[in-house]
Design a protein around this ligand. Structure first.
Ligand code: TMP
Length: 205
């Protein structure tokens, strides 16, 4: 089963992941991430830091996804493991469709087409949603901000994410990231646990 966590920067995704590691330890999930589950992630980080060019950046993110699928996600799913990925394809569809605006004609369609035929759609995606002001406040405490972490960008990115959630209500669960940390982690952990239990029951039938 493949579960992904998505949301703009500053939603508290890292804190949630730390709590999930503890709460779901008995399920022995494979925790992974994009970018950076493989060495391709280093090229992505470099391209982001140098702001080299939006198409280079987008295609490197896709390359990172391909390497992630080949070396981490597919093998784990083949072994029937629970995979929890911190960011995944929806990050590309949300962020790069904004960074490629005005660069290519239909960024979202182009990005989705690049994934067609080989990528794996997650079984469930938890989208952490937050007022952009709160996200920026949380990010202000962090040093070394990336060029994505600007109000205009984050507002658009979050709008895209929310549109994806409306389009695919069966896959997305929108979570209020302003919820108290422990309550939020408890909610997500319980939802994942239920899905895993349900999945096992279906398999036995
Ligand atoms: P991180 O902060 O979760 O490590 O992600 C790094 C940044 O990269 C974050 O601002 C989101 C962005 N990102 C994209 O723009 N496209 C992608 O496909 C992914 C996976 C991340």
């Amino acid at each position: 089963m493949l579960v992904t966590l998505e949301g703009i920067d500053g939603t508290g995704k890292s804190t949630l992941l730390m709590a999930l590691r503890e709460k779901l330890a008995d399920l022995e999930p494979v925790f992974t991430r994009e970018p950076g589950a493989t060495w391709v992630g280093e090229s992505v980080r470099r391209a982001i830091a140098e702001q080299i060019d939006p198409i280079t950046e987008a295609t490197l993110f896709v390359a990172d996804h391909a390497a992630h699928l080949a070396t981490v996600v597919r093998p784990a799913l083949r072994d029937n493991k629970l995979v929890i990925s911190d960011r995944y394809s929806d990050s590309r569809f949300a962020y790069q469709s904004v960074t490629l605006e005005g660069v290519i004609p239909e960024p979202e369609g182009w990005l989705r087409a690049m994934h067609n035929g080989w990528s794996i759609v997650p079984d469930k995606t938890f989208l952490l949603a937050i007022p952009v002001d709160d996200a920026l406040e949380r990010l202000a405490e962090k040093s070394g901000r990336e060029h994505f972490e600007r109000r205009e960008i984050l507002e658009k990115v979050q709008d895209r994410y929310l549109a994806f959630a409306r389009a695919e209500p069966g896959r997305f669960v929108v979570v209020d990231a302003l919820m108290e940390k422990e309550e939020l982690a408890g909610f997500v952990a319980d939802a994942i646990r239920q899905m895993v239990a349900h999945g096992r029951k279906q398999k036995r039938k």
